[in-house]
Every structure is written in C-alpha cells, then in structure tokens.
Design a protein around this ligand. Structure first.
Ligand code: HEM
Length: 334
C-alpha cells in the first residue's frame, strides 16, 4: 500500500486489515446516515460542525532552525480555514461529553505536495484531549466502529485491547467526560499521531493564548458554538502552534501512541501563531460554518515534507478519502 519511512514498521496484515476496515466503515457510514442523520451523508466521524472560522497563521520570528521546513519555512503569513467539531459520528447536544476537534487548512503553502494532494494546502488536525489510550491504527479503527453506542464500546473494547488496554481506554473516557464542557477558546488541541518535519518525526499541539485558564460552558444544545461566537464578536482569538521533535524509538516512538513523548526530553517548540479573525455578526459566523461543511480536511492533504507517520496515520489516509468522496467534499475551497 504505502512505502514506509525509516521510523515506521507495519504489521504483516496491514493491507488486508485496511481493506476490511474501509468496507466496514462504508456500511457503518451509510447506516449512521440513515438512522441518525436524516439520510444525509455527512462526515463519517467528527460529524457535528460546531463552528467555522477564517484565520491567519504567522510563523514565529524566533522559531528554531530545525522547524524551518514546510510551513515553518513560510516567509510570511498564510490564510486558513478552521473547522471545530465534536468527535461523535452524529450530532449531539454540546453538553454531552465528547472530544472536540480542530481542523486547520492553511492555504498558499509552498513546497511539493504528497502524491494525490492538490498543491498549496496543508491541513493540521488535532483534538481537545491529550489522550494516550489507543495504541495503533487497528485498535483505533476497531474502536471507531463502536462509536455510536457507549455501552457497546464499554463491553466490546476488551476484545480489541486486552485487560490493560481496556483500562487505559476507560481512563481516556473518564478524562473526556471530565473535560467534556471545556470552552473551545480555552482548550489546547493535540495532533496525537506524528507527522514529519523534513526527515524528523514530530507531534503538534495548539496552545490557547487568548483564554489562558480552562473555562467550561453552561449546558445547552449549541453552547460551545454560542460561546465561541461571543468571543469572536469581541475580538480575534489566538493559539500558539507548537512542535515536539522525535529523539529515539524508545522515548518518542512513532508506532505506539500510548507512549506520551517525554516533554522534559523533547519540549514543545514554538512554530507560530494561529489567529482566528473577529466576526462582524452572527450571520458572518454562520457563513463561516457553512463554508467549512463541504471542505475535506485530512492529515494527508499537505506537503511531502509533512508526511503523516505511523499506523494510525496510514489507515487515516484511506478512511478520510473514502468519507470525503462519499459526501462529495473537496480538499480546496472553491
Ligand atoms: C484509525 C484512526 C482514525 C480514523 C479511521 C479516523 C477517521 C476519520 C474520518 C473518516 C473522518 C471524517 C473525514 C471527512 O469526511 O472529511 C474524521 C474526521 C476527523 N478526525 Fe479522525 N480518524 C482517526 C484518528 C484520528 C486522530 C488520531 C485524530 C486526532 C487528531 C483525529 C481527528 C479528527 C478530526 C479533528 C476530524 C474532523 C476533520 C474535519 O473537521 O473535517 N482522527 N476522522
């Protein structure tokens, strides 16, 4: 399927498993659309759009030399589209605990694209919980098909993970439940799975600069969206994009996401600032959400020097493509 980079290793059944999963995901996608989305094919996961925004990414003057590759080599600011989502495969009220996603589409990016990717685009995807519960692509994929039912997930998780893995995933659920109503502007977002910075594997995160302390929103169907609107009517919001670099296979493994990369050994380094633009009205805010609905975000929409790494990323390559094709989404804004 894919050529592996030097830090990757694939299980012997990976190709066969990926085919099986894509087939299952297709059936799952159609079933969830029919039963939970009024027959409309939307994203297979992260289905609810909480908000969209326009933004600018500006590389930091003081970014270290090892990050001056790809988007880190940009000599000026880049325009971006942003989508905030909830992780579940159908829309639920915002007070139901869930992991929240941020998807960033940087435009006007210079460099060779990954094969099959339009040029000039770099997508960055991250979620609002720093989770290390799921080990690899096959665990992630198996778990994803249990997503619609909390009870199914709780009872079946063991068969994919064993006892210690099940306990780890249970702890991950508790963390999500605890952090469930964190406001979007006060949340940090973590890329979880590695991408490349040139020849070096790396992980990304977005750290909030405008709202430092974690704030929670009141219960409500669209509470997260309304809270973000209030912030964006008052002014722009900023996050610092940070990058953590690979050291060695033991400290910073590419294939095992249960190992939290040691932040003392490899601290997150500043790459630049993502600034969400202020909006003039609730109508403008709604139009931004509409604009990102038909966009396709994927870690594989990007530059060859930011190639995604590891089994989770390898299976995501085909899963995002299939989901985007089913709903007729495009990697570039029209
Ligand atoms: C085997 C692992 C995974 C699979 C199979 C998977 C699958 C998917 C699919 C099919 C979509 C919808 C794509 C579309 O229709 O455009 C999606 C969306 C998303 N996923 Fe994953 N995913 C996986 C792991 C992850 C991980 C590790 C993260 C952490 C950053 C993540 C974050 C997101 C986000 C933020 C979105 C929303 C993107 C958007 O706004 O369009 N996923 N995922």
């Amino acid at each position: 399927m894919d050529d592996l980079s030097p830090n990757e290793t694939a299980p012997p059944n990976e190709e066969e498993f990926t085919r099986w999963y894509l087939d299952r995901m297709d059936t799952f996608h159609a079933k969830v659309a029919a039963e939970k989305c009024g027959g409309e094919i939307r994203r297979a996961f992260h289905t609810k759009t909480i908000a969209g925004a326009r933004a600018t990414f500006t590389p930091a003057e003081n970014r270290p030399p090892e990050l001056r590759v790809g988007i880190g080599a940009a000599d000026g600011s880049l325009d971006a589209y942003i989508r905030f989502s909830s992780g579940q495969c159908f829309a639920r009220p915002d007070h139901v605990p869930d992991t929240r996603g941020i998807a960033v589409k940087l435009l006007g990016v210079a460099g060779d694209p990954l094969p099959g990717t339009p040029s000039g685009v770099q997508d960055l995807l991250a979620i609002s919980n720093d989770l290390h519960s799921i080990r690899d692509g096959q665990q992630f994929a198996n778990m994803s098909l249990l997503a619609p039912s909390f009870f199914a997930s709780s009872f079946q998780v063991w068969k994919y993970t064993g006892l210690s893995g099940g306990l780890r995933i249970g702890a991950g659920f508790l963390k999500i439940a605890r952090e469930g109503r964190k406001s979007l502007p006060s949340s940090a977002y973590f890329g979880m799975a590695p991408i490349s910075f040139g020849d070096v594997p790396a992980k990304i995160c977005f750290v909030p600069l405008s709202v430092g302390r974690t704030k929670h929103v009141r219960p409500g169907k669209d509470a997260l969206s309304k809270n973000l609107l209030r912030h964006l009517l008052a002014g722009p919001l900023e996050w610092e994009l940070r990058v953590q670099l690979f050291i060695d296979d033991a400290t910073t493994p590419v294939e095992d996401l249960t190992v939290c990369w040691d932040r003392a050994a490899s601290p997150f380094l500043p790459l630049g600032t993502l600034r969400l633009h202020q909006v003039a009205s609730a109508e403008d805010f709604a139009a931004n959400a509409q604009a990102v609905e038909g966009l396709a975000f994927s870690p594989w929409n990007g530059l060859a020097c930011h190639r995604p790494l590891g089994s989770v990323q390898r299976i995501r390559r085909w899963a995002y493509k299939q989901s985007a094709e089913r709903r007729g989404a495009s990697a570039c804004p029209i």
